[in-house]
Design a protein around this ligand. Structure first.
Ligand code: F0G
Length: 458
């Protein structure tokens, strides 16, 4: 008999989590204005709000923490991290930041100006936020297959080269500061970008003398998918794949809270010393001196070790298999999920789940609230709330997909927890026709409203 798959780690420390009653949850979510960001974590049983900063660190990371060097300038922890980043990404220069959006803030302060266009593959909301905040425009060039939740394409994060070329030719060179490629592409469902596409995007951008920036938050998961799905790389080591991926970028922003497996942190990687020097000025202003930039020495140590672990085959196999486990359970129940499964999360197609809810009543958010009430499982909305209003017209932007995201923290939950979540969603699926109404907004922020929006029943 073939030996079954099992996790590549064992558990050394545990944290208690608490179940609640449906009655309690109904009150709590009402008090939270039907926004799960307003819930206390104590009101949540299984927390799949995000895979960002929620992972479990290893024994080696915790011991690296004890060896952190907290010198203001030139800490050994900085040099340790610099060495690991160079080994894994090939970037010679780097700036630490306190998280991914801070890396965007610093880099875009140098590169993005009013009236610019930044093409990319379904820019993440903070990326788009930092572009629009500077009165520039993010143009989505993701392949069309990405918007069909059932299309079986191996690399739904890919950039459509035709779309990209038409953006690059429609604007003067100086209006396009860079092309951004998000690996894996969170907003299109945690979908990977192929090496072939990364190579082609870089080649095309180079022809127009435009740099390529990677939003590399989940680069290791992307490398895993390249190994699985791109024949040429079947026998290539994950780290070699990652290094090759980064040869097609001129700079990178990183949220270390994902594939760095730390609770806080980020960085920017640069090939060009001049750009690094320009960005250093903003780093010092917004984040901190260039050798710590918003991170403590101990956190830089933990990140250096986390990057090593995140690019190990056995870790990635455990990680991606667990996400697929959840996806397979849901698929067996007939719950409509985005396929193929993403690297960090399973996305439920809320439009197919609740076709009776009008888009004006926030379809995916309605399902997020239902799942919380059903089982105390916290998920997130990737739909109209997240899409914000059009900055020019002020109208709601209705995205093609309304998704409920089940983001799986790294090394935190067991497959029994995944089964629990799947059954909870199936219970709702069985009574889906009884859900007749969605929500309406009472209060919202002008940008990135989903974090703080207040809702009431429609
Ligand atoms: N880029 C991507 C692709 C992301 O997914 C995120 C964060 C960021 C940038 C910003 O990084 O949070 O460290 O400032 N994504 C989290 C999520 C919040 O839940 O998907 P950050």
């Amino acid at each position: 008999m073939e030996l079954p798959f099992a996790e590549s780690y064992k558990i050394k420390m545990v944290e208690a989590i608490r179940k609640s009653t449906r009655k309690e949850r109904e009150l709590w979510i009402r008090d939270a204005m039907y926004n799960v960001f307003n819930l206390s974590s104590r009101q949540v049983y299984i927390d799949l709000l995000t895979d960002s900063g929620t992972g479990a660190m290893s024994d080696l990371q915790w011991s690296a923490i004890m060896q952190g060097d907290e010198s203001y300038a030139g800490a050994s922890s900085y040099y340790r991290l610099k060495e690991v980043i160079r080994e894994i990404t090939g970037f010679r220069y780097f700036l630490p930041t306190h998280q991914g959006r801070a890396a965007e803030n610093v880099l875009f302060s140098v590169l993005v100006k009013e009236g610019d266009i930044v093409p990319g593959n379904s820019h993440f909301d903070t990326t788009k936020g930092h572009i629009e905040f500077r009165k520039a425009t993010a143009v989505d060039c993701t392949i069309e297959e990405a918007f069909d939740t059932e299309a079986e394409h191996p690399f739904k994060g890919n950039i459509d080269l035709g779309k990209l070329e038409s953006v690059l030719t429609s604007m003067p060179r100086e209006k396009i500061p860079f092309v951004i490629v998000t690996i894996t592409c969170n907003s299109s469902g945690g979908q990977p970008v192929s090496m072939e596409n990364l190579r082609a995007v870089h080649k095309m951008a180079s022809r127009y003398n435009i740099p390529v920036v990677f939003d590399a938050a989940r680069f290791a998961e992307n490398a895993w998918f390249i190994k699985q799905r791109e024949m040429l790389y079947r026998d290539t080591d994950i780290r070699d794949i990652a290094r090759e991926m980064f040869t097609f970028a001129d700079a990178m922003t990183m949220s270390s809270k994902k594939d760095g497996i730390v609770n806080i942190g980020g960085f920017i990687g640069f090939r060009d010393e001049e750009l690094y020097k320009k960005a250093s000025v903003y780093n010092i202003m917004f984040e901190g001196y260039i050798t710590y930039g918003g991170m403590s020495g101990r956190d830089m140590n933990a990140l250096a070790q986390g990057l090593i672990e995140a690019t190990e085959f056995s870790y990635l196999q455990t990680r991606i298999n667990q996400v697929a486990w959840l996806g397979n359970r849901l698929r067996e129940f007939g719950v409509p999920v985005l396929q193929p499964f993403g690297g960090h999360a399973i996305f439920v197609d809320a439009k197919k789940f609740l076709p009776q809810i009008p888009k004006e009543e926030f379809i995916a958010q309605t399902l997020v609230v239902e799942l919380y009430k059903e089982a105390g499982v916290r998920s997130s909305e990737i739909g109209t709330l997240l899409a914000d209003r059009d900055p020019v017209s002020g109208e709601n932007r209705y995205p093609e997909m309304e998704l409920l995201r089940l983001a799986v923290p790294r090394r935190v939950y067991t497959n029994n927890h995944m089964d629990f979540v799947a059954v909870a969603l199936n219970n709702i699926y069985e009574r889906r026709e009884d859900i007749r109404k969605g929500y309406k907004i009472i209060r919202e922020a002008p940008i990135m409203r989903h974090f703080t929006v207040e809702l009431e029943k429609a």
